[in-house]
Write a protein that binds this ligand. Structure first.
Ligand SMILES: [Fe+2]
Ligand SMILES: [Fe+2]
Ligand SMILES: [Fe+2]
Length: 475
């Protein structure tokens, strides 16, 4: 150890590390970039897996978790791309696959045939591999020379830790030994893939070549656009309570309107289900598109959970007393192209901005003296302003004309047959009016008698669209 000292014993090197640590040889720029590209590749594929699997995943909590984790991964990808771009690297080669075995690894998890295997692949193989690699990067690299990568690794590790905790909780609740046992062979394949690649970061000596044979991804994966829900959604075709007609009717007081707004919020689960389909089926965009769209997707999931919290707060047993449907995501995902879906989303969201939109909902929340409703509507409004911006940046720019973009969205929405009457005839739903029960439960919590006018509310979506536009006929 040499005798070098800082001035007056002040923290040296901006407090980054000790003099000794700053003297270690570390990783060359070339070695560092090679590793960063591998973290980038896995993060990008993880974003894809979380996104593509959330629509058809029935369990609500997993849908919400996947939405958040898709958002985290999209942010990590953005930061990693930027860092690679700072490292003397053009052309960046960020769209290339760093090792064929890593591709098989990711393809296999994407195509996992069950939720159980999906969870094991994501939370017991892929994310731990990324965590190990990032920790190793921090241990291997020179903390002064490569400080920007160190900082990045540290931030990403924080969120990976959260993701792993969530995953461990899910595995503990859902996966028994009886489920895990038959998956051993497949989990071994995942380990073999990582080993064949020299570890995720490529720093381990590559083992003797042995053939890796695809199992779940032997048949190419196809995105499943049909939304699924768990048993807490017993009547997913129910369009028996028109929330907007009630909300914008002056004869009703603000307090019951908060219940209707919690319904509207929780019903927003169908937005991640739908947006995931746009992201999954729109290849070839600049990365910023996927990043922005995934942030919006996550916000919509967050809005749904705000509705869930609102119901829990009012002691409303939502699975029994509120019929959360999936008719919107189902219709859009199965009847429209990805661009048409984006058009509908934009049309609805830009319609939320004028007076009868998000400001109005926030004012109702304020007037109701339900502080949770006011708070949630405040953030819901702020988020929707951001989403209108995302729509302008990507969708409107693609259409090329603001007016055309709005009209196209309106047309596409009308084009989607909501099938109100045919769903009833097919026996999929009776469009039962669940409102009196939910409202009565809220009244019990408030300790007030139900208002007969509010209790009698009985307007469906048969003829009035959610933006209050009349539908011609009952299609
Ligand atoms: Fe929304
Ligand atoms: Fe919202
Ligand atoms: Fe939105």
């Amino acid at each position: 150890m040499n005798a070098y000292r800082s001035y007056k014993n002040l923290p040296a090197l901006a407090g980054l590390c000790s003099m000794e640590e700053a003297m270690k040889p570390g990783l060359s720029v070339e070695a560092c970039v090679a590793r960063l590209k591998r973290y980038h590749y896995l993060s990008k594929r993880l974003h894809q897996i979380f996104n593509n699997r959330l629509t058809a995943e029935p369990i609500y909590e997993l849908k919400m978790g996947f939405s958040l984790h898709a958002h985290y991964c999209a942010e990590h990808v953005t930061a990693l791309r930027q860092r690679v771009g700072e490292m003397r690297e053009p052309p960046l080669g960020l769209e290339e696959t760093p090792h064929p075995a890593l591709e098989i690894f990711c393809d296999e998890i994407l195509a996992a045939p069950s939720t159980d295997e999906l969870l094991l692949g994501l939370y017991e193989k892929a994310l731990p591999a990324l965590q190990t690699a990032l920790k190793k990067h921090m241990a291997d690299t020179n903390p002064l020379a490569d400080q920007p990568s160190m900082r990045l690794c540290r931030f990403i590790l924080l969120e990976i830790d959260d993701m792993l905790k969530f995953g461990a909780g899910c595995v503990q609740s859902l996966i028994t030994d009886a489920v895990r046992q038959p998956a051993q062979n497949w989990l071994k394949l995942l380990d073999d893939c990582l080993a064949a690649a020299g570890g995720l970061d490529g720093s381990a000596p590559a083992p003797e070549e042995k053939p890796l044979s695809r199992q779940h991804s032997a048949k190419p994966y196809r995105y499943d656009p049909v939304p699924r829900r768990d048993e807490r959604f017993p009547d997913p075709y129910n369009m028996g309570v028109n929330a907007e007609v009630f909300l914008y009717d002056d004869q009703y007081p603000p307090a019951p309107k908060t219940v209707m707004m919690f319904y509207k919020r929780l019903r927003e689960i169908d937005v991640p289900e739908m947006m995931a389909s746009i992201i999954a089926e729109t290849p070839g965009k600049p990365w910023g598109y996927y990043r922005d769209m995934t942030r919006q997707l996550w916000d919509e999931a967050r809005h749904a959970m705000m509705g869930e919290v609102g119901f829990a707060n009012l002691n409303i047993d939502w699975p029994k007393q509120v019929m959360i449907n999936f008719t919107w995501s189902l219709a859009l995902n199965t009847q429209l192209t990805p661009l048409e879906r984006h058009a509908v989303l934009y049309f609805i969201e830009q319609g939320l901005m004028p007076k009868t939109g998000k400001r109005f909902e926030w004012e109702v929340g304020q007037a109701s003296h339900n502080p949770l409703s006011a708070l949630f509507q405040d953030y819901d409004w702020a988020d929707e302003v951001l989403h209108a911006r995302v729509g302008r940046d990507w969708y409107v720019k693609q259409i090329g004309d603001a007016k055309k973009a709005v009209d196209y969205g309106d047309d596409c929405w009308s084009k989607v047959l909501m099938n109100w009457e045919s769903w009833r005839q097919e026996g999929k739903t009776q469009h039962r009016n669940w409102w009196p029960e939910a409202y009565t439960a809220a009244c019990q919590t408030w300790n007030t008698p139900p208002d007969p006018r509010v209790l009698a509310y009985n307007t469906t979506y048969e003829t009035v669209r959610a933006d209050l536009k009349n539908l011609v006929g009952s299609a």
